[in-house]
Design a protein around this ligand. Structure first.
Ligand SMILES: [Zn+2]
Length: 418
């Protein structure tokens, strides 16, 4: 067996294609191996439309980057014919080793995609010695193709969350299948609120799903989401995720802390005795010690912290009825505590938000959906962000969310190559 035969086998070339010539150039850096593939003279080629064997009309020279040959870059060259079909006219044929329009062989792209699943795109582009821009183009092609094959016909329960794709500027809204533990991501779209829900409805319908089958949506308390759900997923009951309640109060607490630090005001402390009546002993000793220490400084931040911490008492309610009762009592006591306290205004706002969505919060006790799912999304967003680093825009960030968090990554493992 000579070198040409070995390379032909290695390339997996089949008739009519044969390796005609090879050239290893070690005078350039990096060294390169050029392989010249041709079809036997007089070969017939399948018409891309009907598959009928047709003669060539003319040829165009094309080049593809292939997997490295040892440490050398490898390029495949071929004269690609256009067929002359009696029915369909003159058409450029598809070669078996590359997809139309790509400058890379399928094997190269497959290698690139398996690396992209494991490490940041920028690192992969350095390793493969191609620009990250070209690598992203490959990523978008395969993610898009896999997305096209997604079957969403069984989706009934959806979680919605949003995240900033770049520091605070652009938002990406992500939809999850709440019934799928692995690879829960269904859809990710730039923007947020009502438009995102509308886009999800269209995506669902395009992938065999029925927006009317969505009976449950878990989301945060933003009015934009809620009105979007009401309009575009009309049969869905909304459950406000517990994670978002805690997030709302934590944000409010942070506002209070910043404001107090800025103004150095001296607000009246929250009455600890009042709060004490709610204490059912569920706090750990460490938490109680920290709480007491914080409350001892008698500042607004301490009061706000207590208000946030006492949410736990609601969370631990054993039944929907108990939850409803606890929310009412919590609101009564905390309202009294924040009344007339200028620095605690953010907490008063958070309390109003909880009050307005009390029934949607209570649904959490009835729907049986765990709240950990959306909270876990932060880890996914972090991972996607770091993988997409270096060439960051919404589309790249979203492609990474799909690769890491949806079935797309696994589907890629089963794609065929030459
Ligand atoms: Zn034809």
């Amino acid at each position: 067996m000579d070198g040409t035969q070995i390379l032909t086998l290695g390339l997996g070339l089949e008739a009519p294609w044969v390796l005609k010539d090879q050239h290893l150039d070690t005078s350039v850096s990096p060294h390169r191996l050029d392989l010249y593939v041709e079809a036997e003279r007089g070969s017939l080629y399948p018409c891309p439309e009907c598959g009928k064997a047709c003669p060539a009309h003319d040829f165009a020279d094309k080049t593809w980057r292939h997997l490295n040959f040892f440490q050398h870059h490898c390029y495949l060259h071929a004269r690609v014919p256009r067929t002359q079909c009696p029915e369909h006219g003159v058409k450029r044929i598809e070669v078996p080793w590359a997809r139309p329009g790509s400058d890379f062989t399928l094997l190269f792209e497959q290698a690139a995609m398996s690396l992209v699943k494991e490490m940041p795109v920028l690192a992969v582009s350095r390793q493969l010695e191609i620009s990250d821009k070209r690598l992203w183009r490959i990523v978008h092609h395969y993610v898009g193709r896999m997305l096209g094959d997604l079957d969403l016909s069984r989706v009934t329960t959806v979680g919605v969350d949003e995240t900033a794709s770049r520091r605070g500027h652009c938002y990406v809204t992500v939809f999850l299948d709440m019934q799928r533990k692995q690879e829960p991501v269904l859809f990710a779209v730039p923007g947020h609120g009502k438009d995102a829900i509308k886009a999800f409805r269209a995506f669902l319908a395009d992938h065999g799903g029925d927006p009317d089958n969505v009976v449950e949506v878990v989301c945060d308390m933003s009015q934009a989401f809620l009105s979007g759900v009401a309009q575009h997923l009309p049969n869905a009951e909304v459950t406000v995720d517990w994670f978002h309640i805690v997030q709302t109060f934590t944000k409010a607490l942070d506002e209070v802390r910043k404001k107090e630090r800025r103004e150095k005001g001296h607000p009246k402390a929250l009455r600890w005795a009042v709060l004490k009546s709610l204490d059912n002993g569920n706090l750990t000793a460490k938490q109680i010690a920290a709480l007491q220490e914080l409350v001892a400084d008698r500042g607004a931040t301490a009061d706000a912290w207590v208000i946030k911490e006492k949410l736990r008492w609601i969370q631990q309610a054993p039944t929907p009825r108990a939850a409803r009762w606890r929310i009412t009592n919590y609101l009564n006591v905390m309202r009294e505590a924040v009344t007339g306290q200028a620095l605690l205004k953010p907490m008063a706002k958070a309390l109003t938000t909880l009050e307005r969505h009390a029934e949607q919060v209570v649904r959490r006790w009835m729907s049986g959906l765990t709240n950990a799912r959306l909270e876990g999304m932060n880890g996914l967003f972090q991972a996607a962000r770091s993988r997409a680093r270096g060439y960051r825009n919404e589309a790249n960030f979203i492609a990474m969310i799909y690769l890491i968090g949806s079935p797309v990554g696994r589907m890629l493992d089963h794609t065929k190559s030459i």
